[in-house]
Design a protein around this ligand. Structure first.
Ligand code: COA
Length: 381
């Protein structure tokens, strides 16, 4: 089992900042559990929508509930015309995380959450369902319009969110392997306790703000390379390596120069990230499927070097890079996929915070000047 670090000090590390019934990290099972289920078990046996149901509604669905949930989400995929107009104004060079952040915020203008009675949120679940259904549409609509000049149809008819996303992106229905990997990937990224973006969402929720503001803030937080942006940064690195020996030589140089290597290390896990073993297997399968002889061996060598030299292990992001690459997903869309999934965890935490709320307002150790009087402006040198 991947144990949690026991640390204090900077970055609030090791400090308990609240309660949750949603997940545990480094406590039981393979190291990550959602509402008591091991993520390994969920990734082997479930579709992403089952896990979304578990996180958002508290229990794994029956077959009838799952079918109804998927049908409902399928009916919520169309984007409002005003949102499409906004997406069409965003340049090709924009970062897709900025696009999804704007898309989420615009949706909040067009379909505002009912916050008319303070502390009561009767439409929160409906807002979350809508975001879950249409975030893939927002990403693909902008991407295909800005890059290919195509206005996609957001209604592909695919039952699963993962297949629907790939279909809109690539213009054709994905094969079973790709649909399965998307399901696994979305499950692995769905929830992770009090990580930085989730904590952002909870802080925002604690002010009794609306859910689109909570999610918009979380997206901005996830964007950073020390958080969700690591899968893109890992891809940028590994695609420069021509073979495993080249990777080793370059990695040694980076370590010598004390550079941060993206996709390695974790704030909580000490010896391994349980999500890595799962996505690594799928990356290997996908690599074989496309006849890869470079990227997967390069990735494995990077993993070996980092463990041998630094005892640093791959986190969830590292093998996601090659897995997504093998499925033909452009690197700059890696982190937005994380958003499509983590939305469930963020929303689960927002609802949990709202159900037992006190505004989050910690204190700071003051390191500034002693109390002093204002010098009149004419006398300041
Ligand atoms: N590459 C090189 N060195 C690393 C490293 C990495 N990816 N991750 C950690 N280290 C080093 C740190 O610099 C630190 O060295 P120091 O003691 O000489 O300063 C040491 O290992 C211990 O760091 P640690 O306390 O474990 O990291 P953290 O909790 O402060 O940060 C991360 C955790 C995830 C932010 C950090 O590992 C990181 O930046 N990883 C790369 C980004 C990434 O993949 N993020 C996705 C997380 S899921």
């Amino acid at each position: 089992m991947a144990e949690a670090k026991k640390l204090g000090g900077a970055g609030l590390r090791g400090q308990v900042a609240g309660k949750t019934a949603l997940s545990t990290v480094g406590v039981s099972g393979s190291g990550l559990t959602y509402r008591g289920y091991d993520v390994k078990d969920l990734a082997e046996n479930c579709e992403f929508e089952e896990v979304a149901h578990l996180i958002l509604k508290g229990a794994l669905p029956t077959q009838a509930e799952l079918d109804a949930y998927k049908t409902k989400l399928q009916g919520l995929r169309s984007l409002p015309a005003e949102l499409k107009t906004v997406l069409e104004q965003i340049p090709k060079e924009a970062h897709p995380m900025d696009v999804i952040r704007t898309g989420c915020s615009m949706l909040g203008n067009l379909e505002q959450e009912d916050t008319s009675t303070m502390g009561v949120f009767p439409t929160q679940e409906a807002c979350v369902d809508r975001m879950l259904a249409c975030f893939p549409s927002i990403i693909c609509y902008w991407y295909r319009f800005s890059h290919d000049g195509v206005r996609i149809d957001e209604n592909t008819g695919d039952a699963s969110i993962g297949a629907h996303f790939l279909h809109m992106l690539r213009g054709e229905k994905p094969n079973e392997l790709h649909e399965r990997v998307m399901n696994v990937s979305l499950i692995l990224y769905a929830e992770h306790e009090f990580n930085a973006s989730t904590f952002t969402a909870r802080v925002c929720a604690s002010t009794l703000s609306d859910i689109h503001s909570c999610i918009t803030g979380a997206i901005g937080t996830l964007r950073g390379p020390l958080h969700g942006g690591a899968n893109e940064a890992a891809m940028d690195m590994i695609e420069k390596f021509t073979d495993a020996d080249h990777a080793e030589k370059e990695m040694m140089g980076m370590l010598e120069r004390k550079e941060k290597i993206m996709g390695f290390g974790h704030a909580i896990y000490t010896e391994s990230d349980p999500r890595n073993a799962i996505i690594k297997q799928w990356a290997e399968k996908l690599g074989k499927d496309v006849g890869d002889t470079v990227l997967y061996p390069v990735s494995v060598r990077c993993e070996e070097v980092m463990w041998r030299e630094k005892k640093l292990f791959c986190n969830a992001d590292f093998f996601h890079a090659s897995a997504y690459f093998f499925m033909g997903i452009p690197t700059k869309l890696f982190t937005p996929i994380f958003v499509m999934s983590r939305l469930t965890g963020w929303a689960g935490h927002v609802m949990e915070q709202r159900a037992d709320n006190r505004i989050i307002r910690p204190s700071a150790d003051y390191t500034g000047e002693e109390l002093r009087a204002v010098t009149p402006i004419a006398e300041r040198g």
